[in-house]
Design a protein around this ligand. Structure first.
Ligand code: SF4
Length: 235
């Protein structure tokens, strides 16, 4: 059994931090409404995550085969270099908060609910990371997510979910026909050990992006990933 389901994740919402982030900490009427929502959400939230240990079985120029499923991405191929163990994962805020947010009609409260769900997703992702690093004694890791870069498009979610198996049954995350996840506040990807720090953002020119984790490096693809310039190791 290579699958791990992470449940019973504590959701300790940092309320002052949330109000500040939403820029309503100095507006008592808004702060009170948002606090009421946050308390409702905290009582309902069941963030969850699932991941599994999987093995890289073969590598091509722009592909890697993981547990029998072919993933197509030049960047992923190069990043995996000589890596053999990878960890596909999904983390989610949970279906309970998703249903709760859909019951909110007020636009402003809907916006706040969105931010609360993102905090629940963050709790799920942090719990998954801690479990993974502890269980497999990993050092530095990096991750890639289908849809983050044109090089690894959103359609590849289908392949990632095939490797993971029953994510819907395990943690209630489904893929739509357009490969988006439901609940929408979910994140999927492939995590892998690495000696070189890597963030998708280094290859993504989107500006501005509120979630940017590393500066854009306009020459990185050409230097490191261009098939003409780099020859990844083969298996
Ligand atoms: S810059 Fe923003 S959109 Fe681009 S990969 Fe990073 S987080 Fe995603």
């Amino acid at each position: 059994m290579n699958e791990t389901i992470v449940t019973d994740i504590p959701f300790n919402l940092d309320l002052p931090g949330l109000l500040k982030k939403l820029r309503i900490d100095g507006r008592p009427e808004y702060a009170e409404r948002c606090t009421r929502l946050a308390r409702q959400a905290a009582g309902l939230a069941r963030p969850r995550a699932a991941y599994r240990l999987a093995y890289v079985e073969a590598k091509g120029e722009n592909t890697v085969v993981v547990d029998g499923v072919t993933l197509t991405s030049r960047v992923l191929r190069v990043n995996l270099g000589d890596v053999h163990r990878v960890f596909p994962f999904v983390a989610t805020c949970g279906a309970e908060l998703d249903a709760w947010s859909k019951s909110i009609d007020d636009m402003l409260e809907g916006f706040w609910a969105d931010a609360i769900m993102e905090e629940a997703l963050r709790a799920a992702f942090d719990a998954l990371s801690a479990d993974l690093v502890r269980r497999y004694d990993l050092g530095q890791t990096a991750m890639m997510n289908p849809g983050s870069l044109a090089d690894w498009p959103i359609e590849q979610q289908a392949e990632l979910f095939r490797i993971l198996g029953g994510v819907n049954e395990q943690i209630g995350v489904k893929l739509t026909d357009s490969f988006l996840m439901v609940p929408i506040k979910s994140v999927s990807g492939l995590r892998f050990p690495t000696e070189t720090k890597y963030e998708n953002c280094q290859l993504c020119p989107r500006d501005p992006c509120p979630n940017r984790r590393a500066p854009y490096d306009a020459g990185l693809y050409e230097r490191q990933y261009s098939p003409a310039k780099s020859k990844p190791s083969s298996q």
